[in-house]
Design a protein around this ligand. Structure first.
Ligand code: FE2
Ligand code: FE2
Length: 187
């Protein structure tokens, strides 16, 4: 696998709306920075960051249709909340459109929204970067997660999930069971 990150960035620039593209760049850079801090492969971290939302420009309806068309597994909850599937579809695109054959990178992309128990370092780096990248609008808990990200990645992961759960609870939004399992594992 030898994907040119500059060319990839230019490809993404063409398909992603400008806000999503800026977020993508931010996540790519955060992934590089955390990879430096925690001694992870910088290229693979940046690749994960650049591709993590590569399916998120589609509408919920299109995401679900794409998953069904490509025989990607969809749970009942996910079919009711198709935006939850953008990670799994993104991993599918990363493999089949962008040529990623690195399973750990694909897993990091698939699980970037929920996390999962016992994540690899690369998966943790993407999970945190997605949340703390510079263009994220400030919400309760974000500053603490940012402060902790370069000190203790597992603690920062707990802070992110707590902050996300608070946000979703306050708005009575659906919470994926895997997010809760991830939280229990690291707490
Ligand atoms: Fe995402
Ligand atoms: Fe994202």
């Amino acid at each position: 696998m030898n994907i040119d990150l500059y060319e990839l960035t230019e490809q993404l620039r063409k398909i992603l709306p400008v806000k999503r593209f800026n977020h993508t760049l931010g996540v790519g850079y955060m992934c590089s920075a955390l990879a430096m801090r925690y001694n992870c492969d910088i290229y693979r971290a940046q690749l994960s960051g650049l591709l993590h939302d590569c399916a998120k420009y589609l509408s919920s309806k299109e995401i679900l249709e794409e998953c069904l068309k490509n025989e990607i597994k969809v749970s009942e909850e996910e079919s009711n909340h198709p935006h939850l599937l953008h990670g799994r579809l993104g991993a599918y695109y990363a493999k089949n459109i962008y040529g990623v054959d690195d399973e750990e990178v694909l897993n990091a992309i698939e699980y970037h929204t929920t996390g999962h128990p016992d994540m690899s370092l690369l998966e943790k780096i993407l999970f945190i970067s997605d949340y703390i990248e510079p263009s994220r609008k400030m919400v309760k808990g974000l500053q603490e997660t940012r402060d902790m990200a370069f000190i203790d990645i597992d603690k920062s992961l707990i802070l992110k999930i707590e902050s996300v759960l608070n946000y979703l609870n306050e708005r009575e939004c659906f919470i994926d069971e895997l997010t809760l399992k991830t939280y229990d594992f690291y707490k």
